[in-house]
Ligand binder design. Structure first.
Ligand code: HEM
Ligand SMILES: *[C@@H]1O[C@H](CO)[C@@H](O)[C@H](O)[C@H]1NC(C)=O
Ligand SMILES: *[C@@H]1O[C@H](CO)[C@@H](O)[C@H](O)[C@H]1NC(C)=O
Ligand SMILES: *[C@@H]1O[C@H](CO)[C@@H](O)[C@H](O)[C@H]1NC(C)=O
Length: 561
């Protein structure tokens, strides 16, 4: 018998976080865009009109007609692409019986891409996620990230139709490509990450206590806990610690604020209809339109502002301008946008880390040994400093308090090079083969002469960089957790052969905070648990490479040290 933590039935399945991407991509059909335009006009003319069954019926009809037109357009294009008019981007043929490439890609990403390459070379078009997408490889990937005509934000915002919805949360900095979020992170969060570390660890420990506390059962002298959905616990831990970093421990310990950090993404997911993957996409789009007028995240922002007001005013007085744009309500709006970008990505990365620990159990003792050695060394150094001070007759200040000798500080994390290598390797290996959606804002010519039209969509073939044999040894398609030790390639060092955080002007500014959190989390996990196993070992392979819409939530058994 082992203790069991049951998956608590939440409003939406935690899986919905990972569904975010695919559904976002599913929005991206030409039919959807056309439908969007039509509806936009409709709502402007009759803003008060409520939704009737007739309205739905006519929408369904329009949708069907658009699908037909889309099919004809695709056929036309196929015929066109047979004409020898270079440099045309070739469309990869469909497998007999398939209407799009989705199924074949999902079945085996690598095998499918090999076929594409053999048939069409390094640049080609696919029908995927209900969209015609151009896949690029090798040095063109760098081109995509560095060319301002290709925009990641535009691809996501435009396709989901959520731009105005999100803009209703803020007053300043609309249409400024996340520059304000960027400056908050670069100027106010990242430089202070060391100071927040003690709070982050405290929140994680609290989360672990709450998550695992009473539930385990002793088996011999070891406690084993079956956790049916570990993501629930991670969500609580990351929500707490992110709250602390963004708003300070005083505000974040307010239960309403904590709830906001954990639940905002759920609200957003509900607005998008991510709780039910069977909802037709045009219905999702309407959800967003209708929620413009009653954006549930606005209430969340108000909660943050009410809790934070006194402290923001205080901080402003001390630090002169937390941000120079607008009032505290606006600041909290920007914090809400940060919550939406940061919390679910960090939860997602953390759950990947924990699943990799379970899939590669030999990593746990190595990481634990490193942690003990680093903390031993730091304790020893601090003892020497204290001895030296005492020998000179000085007093020992609070910074050398022995009770803090074994704290998981950022200085300690920095010395854990195996932990860093493990993280980089998990992020490298789990990354989907085709990712980093970008949209062309203008017609743009690639360096090889191929033309990407305005509104054209691009995806990068990451196998060409993430597992190129020149950059990783010995076998790039395998998981080698320690291969980055001693290479100066840390988990935050991006480059064309490591793109989980993107690169170029829009590289993820939150990656320092994210890796500090995931490192602290993995460190605490390996010090608390000796073994982490899959509830159903046959499912282990599924978590090792993420696919759109298929990041499973699998049960894990945790055995205490
Ligand atoms: C492991 C967790 C995370 C991953 C994998 C991740 C990944 C990414 C990626 C791929 C991009 C797009 C880069 C591009 O367009 O080239 C991005 C952008 C961004 N991320 Fe993250 N992120 C993570 C955590 C965070 C956190 C914790 C924060 C906030 C503290 C954050 C804030 C942002 C912002 C503001 C942008 C937009 C940057 C811009 O457009 O200039 N991210 N992230
Ligand atoms: C966008 O944000 C940046 C940095 O916050 C600022 O310097 C720039 O003036 C802003 N641009 C616009 C058009 O608001
Ligand atoms: C961006 O697009 C414009 C208009 O098509 C083009 O003139 C310009 O050269 C492009 N910029 C780059 C860097 O390719
Ligand atoms: C993707 O990149 C890998 C590694 O360079 C390459 O072997 C493969 O052919 C590429 N796939 C396509 C479809 O270009």
């Amino acid at each position: 018998m082992i203790g069991v933590i049951h998956a608590t039935p939440s409003v939406i399945p935690p899986d919905a976080f990972s569904l975010f991407m695919p559904i976002l991509l599913a929005f991206a059909s030409i039919a959807y865009l056309a439908l969007g335009k039509m509806l936009g006009a409709h709502f402007q003319q009759h803003p008060q009109q409520t939704f009737s069954k007739n309205c739905f019926d006519s929408l369904v009809k329009t949708f069907d007609a658009q699908c037909e037109r889309l099919a004809i357009a695709i056929e036309d294009r196929k015929i066109q692409s047979c004409k020898p008019t270079p440099p045309v981007i070739p469309m990869v043929s469909l497998r007999p019986g398939d209407k799009t490439h989705d199924k074949e890609y999902r079945e085996n990403q690598d095998k499918f891409l090999l076929r594409c390459h053999a048939e069409a070379g390094p640049i080609f078009k696919l029908l995927i996620h209900r969209l015609e997408v151009t896949v690029i490889s090798d040095h063109h990937i760098r081109e995509m990230f560095h060319n301002e005509n290709f925009s990641n934000v535009d691809a996501l915002n435009e396709l989901m139709g959520v731009k105005t919805f999100l803009h209703s949360l803020i007053k300043s900095g609309k249409n400024n490509d996340s520059r304000i979020q960027n400056s908050i992170i670069l100027e106010h969060l990242t430089p202070n990450l060391g100071k927040y570390q003690a709070e982050i660890v405290e929140q994680f420990e609290e989360g672990l206590r709450r998550g695992f506390g009473e539930n385990g059962k002793k088996e011999g002298n070891k406690k084993r806990t079956l956790c049916e959905d570990p993501t629930n616990i991670l969500q609580d831990m990351i929500g707490r610690s992110t709250g602390t970093v963004f708003m300070g421990p005083k505000v974040a310990n307010n239960p309403k604020v904590l709830d906001t950090f954990i639940m905002s993404m759920h609200d957003f997911a509900r607005v998008l209809g991510l709780n039910d993957i069977n909802i037709p996409f045009w219905r999702r789009w309407l959800n967003i339109k209708l929620n413009h007028f009653n954006n549930p995240l606005k209430h969340r922002v108000r909660t943050l502002a009410e809790a934070a007001n006194p402290i923001i005013i205080e901080r402003r007085r001390r630090e002169q301008d937390f941000i120079d744009h607008g009032n505290s309500h606006d600041i909290c709006g920007h914090i809400m946008l940060l919550i939406l970008t940061s919390v679910h990505t960090t939860i997602d990365a953390s759950s990947a880390m924990v699943y990799y620990l379970a899939a590669y159990p030999e990593t746990i003792p190595v990481l634990h040994r490193e942690q003990v050695q680093v903390l031993d060394a730091i304790q020893h150094e601090r003892q020497q400093e204290r001895d030296a001070l005492l020998a000179k007759g000085h007093e020992i200040g609070p910074d050398l308090d022995p009770s803090n000798d074994r704290d998981l500080t950022t200085a300690a994390l920095k010395r854990m090079v195996h932990l860093d290598s493990f993280q980089r390797e998990v992020l490298r290996c789990r990354t989907e083969a085709l990712t980093h959606f970008h949209m062309a804002r203008k017609e743009t010519v690639l360096s090889n002469g191929m033309i990407i039209p305005k509104y054209g969509m691009l995806l990068a073939n990451l196998t060409s960089t993430h597992s190129s044999s020149t950059t990783h040894s010995p076998n790039p398609s395998e998981f080698h957790p320690w291969s980055h030790v001693g290479t100066f390639k840390t988990a935050t060092k991006v480059g064309v052969n490591f793109l989980p955080f993107g690169m170029g002007k829009h590289v993820c500014p939150g990656r320092f905070m994210a890796t500090q959190q995931t490192k602290s989390l993995v460190s605490l996990m390996v010090s608390k648990f000796e073994i982490i196993e899959f509830q159903d070992p046959t499912q282990a392979g599924r978590v090792l490479r993420m696919q759109h819409g298929d990041m499973p939530s699998l049960g894990l058994i945790f055995t205490d040290r």
